[in-house]
Design a protein around this ligand. Structure first.
Ligand SMILES: [Zn+2]
Length: 76
């Protein structure tokens, strides 16, 4: 998906919100909740196929990915 090709419909009409402003914070709905006492939010980079609507989300910040490892349960 990051390469601009939709894995579902094979369209190349893929757009990304990776560079939009205010991905997190007061106006940030483009986040995933980390959980915990502080209730931190982690920003997501979204890739949307404008042909079929399929969406993928990625965490771009390596430090944020580490937080997930430290705070979430491993899926079995
Ligand atoms: Zn598609």
């Amino acid at each position: 998906m990051k390469n601009g090709k939709c894995p579902k419909c094979k369209s190349s009409e893929v757009f990304t919100g990776a560079n939009i402003k205010m991905k997190k914070g007061v106006y940030g709905s483009n986040t995933i909740p980390l959980g915990g006492i502080l209730g931190s939010q982690i920003a997501l980079d979204n890739y949307v196929c404008t042909n079929c609507g399929y969406t993928e989300s990625y965490i771009n910040n390596p430090g944020d990915i580490k937080k997930i490892r430290n705070n979430w349960d491993r899926a079995w």
